[in-house]
Design a binder for this molecule. Sequence first.
Ligand SMILES: Cc1ncc(COP(=O)(O)O)c(C=O)c1O
Length: 436
Amino acid sequence: MKIMQTTTPSNSLQSFEEHESEVRSYIRAFPAVFERAQGSQLFDERGQAYLDFFSGAGALNYGHNHPQLKQELMDYLAGDGITHSLDMATGAKRHFIDKFQSVVLEPRQMEYRLLFPGPTGTNAVEAALKLARKSTGRSTVFAFQGGFHGMTLGSLAITSNTMKRGGAGQALSHTRLLPFDGEMKDGMDSLTFLQNALETAQREGELPAAVVLETVQCEGGVRVASAHWLRGVERLCRQAGVLLIVDDIQAGCGRTGRFFSFEESGVRPDIVCLSKSLSGLGIPFSLVLLRPELDVFQPGEHNGTFRGHNLAFVTAASALSFWEDHRFQRTVAAKALLLQDRLDSLVESQPELEMEVRGRGLVQGIVFEDQELAGQVAKECFARGLIIETAGHHDEVLKFLPALTMDVALLEQGLEVVEASLQAVASQLPQESVLV
Ligand SMILES: Cc1ncc(COP(=O)(O)O)c(C=O)c1O
């Protein structure tokens, strides 16, 4: 295998530190120079192996360089397949559209049009917001505290993290953030709060165009909405004539067990945003699904140079084949059970760390009462060769995002590293905070 030659084959971060913007972030948590990866393992330039519980923040649900996806891409490139086409027709694009129809939409009796926005998740959210506003003629959008939808101005306006919002350098308007499932505000549960907000907006002639939500707020700290709450939000939207947009960018593509994260709840969003693991190989690719009545853009009214990407069409179509077979879904469910069980035992075995487990499917989190500890545990994990990130408004959650395809043996191995890291952090706690 040909590996990129560098002048400093020593995990040196000097070039990044001297020349890259201060905005760089994950490189600070995982300070190594990564060279190659396969399945759930990455290797740095010194050949050191790392287990991956991060999966490119959810962009690698099928692991790194899945052999089937990689082969299809190599064949396509070897055959001089079209790599760039704007939104002209290509065989690769048609194959993806037909496969998405037959593997995802038809079996679920879903009728959506497919809109390919720019390649990143935030491009999908922006397109969804524009569609909702244009089709309803209303400009306000409701979203939820703890939600994360991307860094461009429209998506940032419905993202609640104050540090990220601060990066805008301008007012973020035409949005309102409401309490999420499980949160109370003004003595009201979140559904009653939403109902009141919609009724007030209706009385004042200021109904929002849409309500946008994540079924699991992954970046927000693995906060899971119940099926009851999701159905409640859908009912309130329908009653008020407001669109429901599900941002399934991180929780979708099988992360919670089924292809869409809202399937189990029975909710039928008006618009769905997909990205991250849709291409299956980490190639930037996004898709907006919309009810046919909402298909209101004029030809070219929402365009872009990288709207739809042929290399991603190839790998995404190939990745859909995993969903043709129910066995895949069953293996994800089995691994999710194993992960939940093991996390429950870990949390019980270290009561002095005051932790709680929450999550759905293969997105799980350990929430620490002491907000500093999640970062310390992640750091200990990295020192032991495991890549795992933190999430939540204060980075108080250790977030587990293994590939859906991760070998059970490697999953167990990663959990052993987490256990050792928890023990290391517990042993450094000041004596008075130890309960026993
Ligand atoms: C739910 C959700 N929506 C949108 C985005 C933005 O995607 P991108 O970073 O590709 O713009 C993310 C990214 O983490 C996300 O988790």
